[in-house]
Design a protein around this ligand. Structure first.
Ligand code: B12
Length: 278
């Protein structure tokens, strides 16, 4: 399975339109995540850089204002307006994976409001259920490709945070995949069994930050990986949970931008090579 593509410092500075030393400073101050090569060079995830640039471009307080308008609509049950906001974001950003990344940071903010006591548990439940339903409605309205490759979607066992999977579902459908939704409370062994029996090409799992037991998630990743490997089923481990950074099988992805890149690479690898000299 191909590793995730990373940008060099020069490529990242070109994309951001700033000098190399600025990009290095962002990394050293831990504003922008980076990994190091064996030789000590910095490497950047394109989607993480794009997200950082988007956040920098925001007017102060804008995120709070956006969140407040979502919460207001969801708490009042104004679902058509919620759907309209989602579709407007899709039109503005051009692809569902971009909406998903924007949305993910909004959900993190929602969690902060809740822990800060600015939202009640009931509000938070109304909001997350309203969002789940809105993502479902929008997803249902997308055109589907007949006989598209299948992807099994499941939460890490014990994790009930399904919104990451709902966002992944939109990214998949937009690229012609057929999602098989197992969601929360599916035993790992059943996820593997479904992938085998349905002839799926991929298993995508989500673990939120509530899944913080690295040993448990490591065992889960090994179990699913061992089931996927013999059938050449791709495995994606997403969400903020404590998945192993470099699983023995499959990839650990931190954003929907990286997921989109991964799906595009798979699609490219599948395309038949034109016969030479024809
Ligand atoms: C909505 C929500 C809920 C809803 C979930 C509804 C639903 N259907 O999803 C409900 C009310 C059910 C809930 C319950 C609980 N929650 Co809650 N919840 C949240 C909240 C606000 C948003 C979660 C979310 O969807 N996050 C965003 C998504 C999209 O996931 P992410 O993990 O950040 O992933 C990122 C990426 O990696 C990517 N991604 C995610 N999935 C996938 C999948 C693929 C394939 C790919 C490629 C990418 C990808 O998207 C994100 C980036 O944009 C968070 C706040 C937060 N900071 O996240 C708390 C939060 C996760 N919850 C928390 C807690 C404590 C709980 C409960 C234990 C509360 C309780 N006492 O009952 C229970 C746990 C139940 C369980 N067993 O899982 C804590 C966890 C803290 C911790 N470290 O332990 C958080 C962080 C809130 C907080 N600040 O305290 N929760």
């Amino acid at each position: 399975m191909a590793p995730e593509m990373h940008l060099t410092t020069v490529e990242a500075s070109n994309l951001a339109g700033v000098g190399r030393s600025t990009v290095k400073r962002w990394a050293d101050q831990e504003l922008l995540p980076c990994v190091r090569t064996a030789g000590g060079h910095r490497r950047f995830e394109r989607s993480a850089l794009e997200r950082y640039l988007r956040e920098q471009a925001e007017v102060p307080g804008q995120r709070e204002a956006v969140l407040a308008s979502w919460v207001e609509l969801l708490v009042r049950g104004r679902r058509h307006e919620v759907d309209a906001l989602l579709l407007e974001a899709r039109a503005r950003l051009g692809a569902w994976y971009q909406v998903a990344d924007e949305f993910g940071s909004l959900l993190t903010r929602l969690g902060e409001q809740w822990t800060g006591g600015h939202l009640t548990i009931a509000d938070e439940h109304l909001v997350s259920d309203g969002l789940t339903r809105a993502l479902g409605r929008v997803g249902q309205a997308l055109p589907t490709r007949a006989h598209g490759p299948r992807c099994v979607l499941a939460c890490a066992e014990g994790d009930e945070h399904t919104l990451g999977l709902s966002l992944a579902e939109l990214c998949l459908v937009e690229l012609g995949w057929t999602p098989l939704w197992l969601g929360a409370r599916t035993p790992t062994v059943e996820t593997v069994r479904m992938a085998e029996k349905s002839g799926a090409r991929m298993v995508a799992m989500s673990a939120s930050s509530a899944s913080s037991d690295a040993n448990l998630l490591g065992r889960m990743a090994s179990q699913v990986g061992a089931g996927c490997r013999p059938h050449d089923i791709d495995l994606v481990l997403g969400g903020e949970g404590a998945w192993p950074e470099t699983p023995a099988y499959g990839v650990r992805l931190r954003s929907f931008g990286a997921f989109h890149e991964h799906l595009s690479r798979l699609e490219h690898a599948r395309r038949p090579v034109a016969s030479a000299g024809g």
